[in-house]
Design a protein around this ligand. Sequence first.
Ligand SMILES: [Zn+2]
Length: 479
Amino acid sequence: MGLIETFAEKAIASGAYQPLDKVYVANKVRALVGDQDGDVQAGRSIAEQLVDLSIENGQTEREILNEQLFDLLTPTPSAVNARFWQEYQRSPEAATGWFYQLCTENDYVKVAAIKKNVEFTRQVKDGNELEITINLSKPEKDPKAIAAAAHDTAKKYPQCALCIENEGYLGRLGQAARSNHRVIRMMIGGKGWGFQYSPYAYFHEHCIFLDLQHEPMKIDQQTLVNLVEIEKTLPHYFVGSNADLPIVGGSMLAHEHYQGGRHTFPMMKAPIKQELTFKDYPQVKAGIVDWPMSDIRLETTDQLALINLGTHIMKTWNDYSDPALSIVATGQDGTRHHTVTPIMHREGETFVLDLVLRDNNTSDEYPLGIFHPHEKLWHIKKENIGLIEVMGRAILPARLKVELEEVKKFWLNEDNQIAPAHLPWAQEVAARRDIMSANVEAVLEEELAQVFSDVLEDAGVFKRTDEGDAGWQRFIKQL
Ligand SMILES: [Zn+2]
């Protein structure tokens, strides 16, 4: 049996087609890869071999073709949605378990690429255990694609990478191939939303909830209502939103979306350092979290109280200034500078809401942001501190994989090409630690985790100092 026929058999076995459809499906494959069949080689996936075959047959777009082939193994969106909610009758875990498996088996979630990422956990000085990842799975953007996108002034289709119009979209330069992409529809806060997985996951079952309409990010009371509804629907997942302002937000402010998944982050394990009481909300357990960023945690089974108290704290913060600490709510031109990164998860019947206070002001001293990693740390992390990192999981750029090898050689007094940007840090570490080949990897991991802890400290509005503590007390009084 040739490659094409073998793949057609797979499509039928997946349930997307019936045995009677075999000739038809084989012809769909021929339409993609050309008529000339090839032999099956053991040890490689059929789809990968078909993509090679198509290149021999004169095709050029590997990724588009790969996703088109896997689309043939994937039920239609309506069938996927029907099955998801059928599984949901058994349990929310059964539904997400089934859907996640589908999205890995059809190569939408890039499991093999994700496995290449560097990942470790290390304790830092304050006792927290931080998670460090170096992301090697996201493909480098093709410079041609970037250039093409830059000159593309026409109204785009799909309008952005999160729009529902990506479901089944073929792909082109500057827009990812999504033939095998499927989205679960759900009602959240009275509006239609989509639920999908992230193809280049940053943690287990990393998912995205997206507004079916292309609307800008907005954090307000409705956000908390939506997070509660998601937690009621999928209580085994956390859900959180990036902030809705530049510098302190994510990379996608143009389309309302949240991120979630099945992972317990370091911040969720951090203890309360000061309990807070709100006389109108005796049913809510509240406190300041012992964490480098400035986090107020609310815990209760009372959803309405959680939403109302959370909204009160967000509104108070949005109007709160403390010039002594460079905390300024509104610019002279009326620009809003304050928002929060809200994150929710469940502990049994209890809803736990973390509200991380954000301020996106810049200054002459800190042109990229006062509460953003400072220049000393840019050799490791210069990008925005988004919701995943807020919770203590670093997503570091791929360049570090190679650069840090040179840092290790420098520490071991071997020939090296250490980047000048890493040198002051590498020298400072070398001066206070005894580094040899037996411990160089451990030293690197510990020191990277400590840098990440400092990154989070820079992003915190109330520092963990006497001055910062006094600032917390002034803010709490306003609540
Ligand atoms: Zn969009």
